[in-house]
Design a protein around this ligand. Structure first.
Ligand code: FAD
Ligand code: NAP
Length: 323
C-alpha cells in the first residue's frame, strides 16, 4: 500500500474534477485527481458537443475531456487511475480516502466530483438482457445494431440525442416516451421530429424486455400511460435513457444527501457541512447538470479550497505560536 499525500484531493475526472484541478494546480495546491472507472466522465460516452463555450465548430465529447485532462496535467496535476472505495471525513482535515488498489490518498482539502450514472427502469428482463440487446449508451453500443430495429426510452436531451445518433446505424429508430411532450431542448426536438428514421411512440412505458429463442432481446412489452392498453414492439436493441442518478453511495451517512441522493451544499457555493470538503458538478446539482456548469462549480470548489487552506494555515501557525 502506498500513501499519496496532497493539499488538494479530487475524486472524479469529469469536467468538475478537471476544472477544480486546473485552478487548484495553478494556485499551487498540487492536486491529485483519482479518476475512477470512467476517466473523463459522462462526456466520454457521447459524440457531438455543441454547447460548450469556446468552440465555433462541433467538437467530440471524448476529445474535449482529453484536452481537459492534458490541461490539468500541464499545470501540475497528478492523475491516479484508481477508484475510491472508502472515505474518512470524521476527523476533519486532512481527509483520507482508500482506493480499490489498496492505496491511501490524503488531502488537506477534498473535492468530491463523482458525477452521475445512468438510471435503469428496473423492470423484468432489463438486467438479464444487459449487453444482449439492452444498453444505456448508444454511442458505445449503437454500432452493434447496424441495419437493425432499435428503440430509445426517455424524452430528455440524452434520449433524443441517442435516437439521433442511432440513425447513423439504423433506419428504424423508435423513441418511447411516457408523455406526449418531450423534456429535451427545442433544437433537439426539431431535429428529431424532422428525421424520418425516428418514430416517436407517445404515452408508453416499457413493462418488460423479452428475449427470443437465441437469448437476446426480441421485443418490448409496452403499456399505454393514458389508456392502460398493452402492446408489443419488436426490436433488436433498446437504449434506456431516462436520466442519471448522482454517484453518492460513498458518502451516505457521512455527508447530507437530499431526497434525490445529491450532496447538499451551502446554497450558491460548493461547500458541504464539513469544512474543507467541497462538492462540484452533477453530484451536487440536480437542476442544471451541464458540462459547463460542472466546470464552473469545479472552479468554485478550487477557489474556496484555496481560501480554506489559507485559513487553515493561519490557524495552524497561531496554534504553533501559542505552544
Ligand atoms: P461526470 O462527467 O459524471 O464524471 C464523474 C467522474 O467521477 C468520472 O470520472 C468517474 O470515473 C468519477 N468517479 C465516480 N465515482 C468515483 C469513485 N468512487 N472514485 C473515483 N472516481 C469516481 N452536457 C453538456 O453540457 N453538453 C452536452 O452535449 C452533453 N451531452 C451529454 C451526453 C450524454 C450521453 C450524457 C450522459 C451527458 C451529457 N451532458 C452534456 C451532461 C454532462 O456530461 C454532465 O453534466 C457532466 O459530465 C458532469 O460532469 P461531472 O464532472 O460532474 O461528472
Ligand atoms: P432527464 O433530463 O432527467 O430526462 C429523463 C427522461 O426520461 C425524461 O423525459 C423522463 O420523463 C424520462 N423518464 C425518467 N424516468 C422514467 C421512467 N421510470 N420511465 C420512463 N421514462 C422515464 O435526463 P437526461 O436526458 O439524461 O439529461 C440529464 C442532464 O444532462 C440534463 O440536465 C440534460 O440537459 C443534460 N444533457 C445535456 C445534453 C446537451 O446539452 N446536449 C445532452 C444530454 C444530457 P419525463 O419527461 O416525463 O419526466
Amino acid at each position: 500500500m502506498t500513501t499519496h499525500t496532497t493539499r488538494m484531493l479530487i475524486i472524479g475526472s469529469g469536467p468538475a474534477g478537471y476544472s477544480a484541478a486546473i485552478y487548484g494546480a495553478r494556485a499551487g495546491m498540487e492536486p491529485i485527481v483519482v479518476q475512477g472507472l470512467q476517466p473523463g466522465g459522462q462526456l466520454t460516452i457521447t459524440t457531438d458537443v455543441e454547447n460548450y463555450p469556446g468552440f465555433a465548430d462541433v467538437i467530440q465529447g471524448p476529445w474535449l475531456m482529453e484536452q481537459m485532462q492534458k490541461q490539468a496535467e500541464h499545470v501540475g496535476t497528478r492523475m491516479m487511475w484508481d477508484t475510491i472505495v472508502e472515505v474518512d471525513l470524521e476527523n476533519g482535515s486532512p481527509f483520507k480516502a482508500i482506493g480499490d488498489s489498496g492505496d491511501e490518498y490524503v488531502g488537506d482539502v477534498l473535492v468530491i466530483a463523482t458525477g452521475a450514472q445512468a438510471k435503469w427502469l428496473g423492470v423484468p428482463g432489463e438486467e438479464e438482457l444487459g449487453g444482449k440487446g439492452v444498453s444505456a449508451c448508444a454511442t458505445c453500443d449503437g454500432f452493434f445494431y447496424r441495419g437493425k430495429k432499435v428503440a430509445v426510452i426517455g424524452g430528455g436531451n440524452t434520449a433524443v440525442e441517442e435516437a439521433l445518433y442511432l440513425t447513423n446505424h439504423s433506419d428504424d429508430v423508435t423513441l418511447i416516451h411516457r408523455r406526449d411532450e418531450l423534456r429535451c431542448e427545442k433544437i433537439l426536438e426539431d431535429r428529431m421530429l424532422g428525421n424520418d428514421k425516428i418514430t416517436p411512440l407517445w404515452n408508453k412505458t416499457v413493462k418488460r424486455f423479452v428475449a427470443g429463442d437465441n437469448g437476446t432481446l426480441h421485443h418490448l412489452e409496452l403499456v399505454d400511460t393514458v389508456t392502460g392498453e398493452e402492446s408489443t414492439l419488436e426490436v433488436d436493441g433498446a437504449f434506456v435513457a431516462i436520466g442519471h442518478a448522482p454517484s453518492t453511495e460513498l458518502f451516505k451517512g457521512k455527508l447530507e444527501l437530499d431526497a434525490g441522493g445529491y450532496l447538499v451544499v451551502e446554497p450558491g457555493t460548493p461547500k458541504t457541512a464539513i469544512p474543507g470538503v467541497f462538492a462540484a458538478g452533477d453530484v451536487m446539482d440536480h437542476t442544471y447538470r451541464q458540462a459547463v456548469t460542472a466546470a464552473g462549480t469545479g472552479c468554485m470548489a478550487a477557489l474556496d479550497a484555496e481560501r480554506f487552506l489559507a485559513e487553515l494555515g493561519d490557524s495552524r501557525r497561531e496554534a504553533e505560536a501559542a505552544e
